[in-house]
Design a protein around this ligand. Structure first.
Ligand code: FAD
Length: 467
């Protein structure tokens, strides 16, 4: 057939994985075409994920912090909320970033083609553009087509039933909101709506919220956030829902289930994400896709087809932007002939709730399950001058060390800005630091970051003498 565009490297999908791969490959001298169905670059993360959620969470945290100043003798009137302006602020944040990406693509001479792409062969992709079907011939390709949210089959098609994308639209402030799924995404959105005035219910099939994080971290969050929830239903699932004039009526089953259907003004489905592997014509390129839609790759991010790589959410858990970016760089470098491998030891996780919960590497629960002998160092923020001065001393920093070598294996932090702090723990793990290395590193005083050095000291049996 006719070929409209030819390139060294085709990248399918312009999320954090795709744009990072495209830019790195262009920097390494490859001629790159980036195919994206939507008008803006940035994928889920910039347009309907990480960034808009953080813009709203920042607003929510400042609002609640301002209200908490009442205890310091400063009070404000009840906040007036102009949703149109808040939405415009959030959209402005997105616009700055996606606009920046478009500029970066141009500066690197990456050709961006807007349209839905599908593989035709292992060297051809067809794209449905506004101007009709285009065929791109490529030497190598990187699949970065991401994931989308899971929809529960029995949920009615109704404006009042949304996924995270719908929740981020911020159409109205519901009086009563149900969050289906007690993971990071659901609880982040719940935090936003609660700060704006919604009452929350949450339903989770497992026996605890925020699976993956150690329970001691989650407990602190839960104590601080209990006031937001009317019903916190664990080991419970939604089994039916009906749209009526006055609300969505949801029926539950399980240990925490109320007997009768409950009425909600808004229902947020946040029960996970599925990879887009089955939607890109992968079979015509010979790329193997698992039953669930994931694409398997080796440590160079190469699929079973040697000239085709895959990265990001579509290759598996954890579905996180920083993982996608890192994999994008590995794949681009490998495509450019470098000997790059994915050899990161750890990938940090953060819930940007209030307080934040962040963890990296081995968790305490994992250590117990796998019988790994660890020495634990904990520094309670109740002993941190900075946390007390901030009026937020509920948190703590926990580090886990190999019991014999004292090398750091993992860490967890709950408290304000925990997400900004966890990077140091990730670096320590990557560098193979031990408790003495971390404890003897001079941290600035008074900062929350000191808690990392002090937790390491605690693990070495030193008592902490810094307020
Ligand atoms: P995506 O970002 O999903 O991008 C894939 C792109 O491919 C999309 O733009 C899509 O339109 C395009 N595409 C797909 N198929 C085709 C096709 N056939 N043709 C053309 N284009 C196609 N992660 C974090 O690390 N931190 C956070 O704080 C965070 N917050 C989140 C909050 C929410 C509400 C959500 C939903 C997610 C959040 N995530 C967060 C997860 C993060 O967004 C994803 O891990 C990340 O976007 C994955 O990047 P990706 O490049 O693999 O794919």
């Amino acid at each position: 057939g006719k070929v409209d565009t030819q390139c060294d490297l085709l990248v399918l999908g312009a999320g954090p994985g795709g744009y990072s791969a495209a830019f790195r490959a262009a920097d390494l001298g490859l001629n790159v075409v980036l195919v994206e169905r939507y008008a803006t670059l940035g994928g889920v993360c910039l347009n309907v994920g990480c960034i808009p959620s953080k813009a709203l969470l920042h607003t929510a945290a400042v609002l609640e912090e301002a209200q908490a100043l009442e205890a310091h003798g400063i009070s404000f009137a009840k906040p007036k909320i102009d949703l149109d302006k808040l939405r415009a602020f959030k959209d402005g944040v997105i616009g700055k970033l996606t606009g920046g990406l478009a500029g970066m693509a141009k500066a690197r001479k990456v050709t961006v083609i807007q349209g839905l792409g599908e593989f035709v062969t292992a060297n051809h992709l067809s794209v449905k553009t506004d101007q009709g079907l285009q065929t791109i011939a490529f030497g190598q390709a990187i699949i970065a087509a991401g994931s989308q949210s899971v929809k529960l089959p029995f949920m009615p098609a109704d404006d009042r039933v949304v996924d995270s994308t719908g929740a981020l639209l911020l159409r109205s402030i519901p009086k009563k909101m149900l969050i289906v799924g007690g993971g990071i995404i659901g609880l982040e959105m719940g935090t936003v709506y609660s700060a704006l005035g919604s009452r929350l219910d949450v339903v989770e099939m497992q026996d605890g919220l925020m699976q993956g994080a150690d329970r001691d971290l989650v407990k602190v969050w839960q104590k601080m956030n209990g006031h937001r929830f009317d019903h916190l239903m664990l080991k419970t699932k939604t089994v039916a829902a009906e749209a009526k004039k006055d609300g969505i009526y949801v029926t539950f089953e399980g240990e925490g289930a109320p007997k009768e259907a409950q009425r909600y003004d808004l229902v947020l489905q946040a029960v996970g994400r599925v990879p887009n592997g089955k939607k890109i014509g992968a079979e015509r390129a010979g790329v193997a896709v698992t039953e669930r839609g994931f694409i398997e790759v080796d440590r160079q991010m190469r699929t079973n087809v040697p000239n085709i790589f895959a990265i990001g959410d579509i290759v598996g858990q954890p579905m996180l932007a920083h993982k996608a970016v890192h994999e994008g760089h590995v794949a681009a470098e490998a495509a450019a002939g470098q000997k790059s491998f994915f050899d990161a030891r750890v990938i940090p996780s953060v819930a940007y709730t209030d307080p934040e919960i962040a963890w990296v590497g081995l968790t305490e629960d994992q250590a117990k399950q796998e019988g790994i002998a660890v020495t634990k160092g904990i520094f309670p923020w109740a002993a941190s001058g900075r946390a007390i001065a901030n009026g937020r001393d509920e948190g703590f920093t926990k580090l886990l060390f190999d019991a014999t070598s004292h090398k750091i294996l993992g860490g967890g932090i709950v408290g304000t800005h925990a997400g900004d702090l966890i990077g140091e723990v990730a670096l320590a793990i990557e560098m193979g630091a031990d408790a003495v290395d971390i404890g003897k590193t001079i941290h600035p005083h008074p900062t929350l970051g000191e808690s990392i050095g002090l937790a390491a000291e605690a693990a070495e049996g030193h008592c902490t003498d810094l307020p």
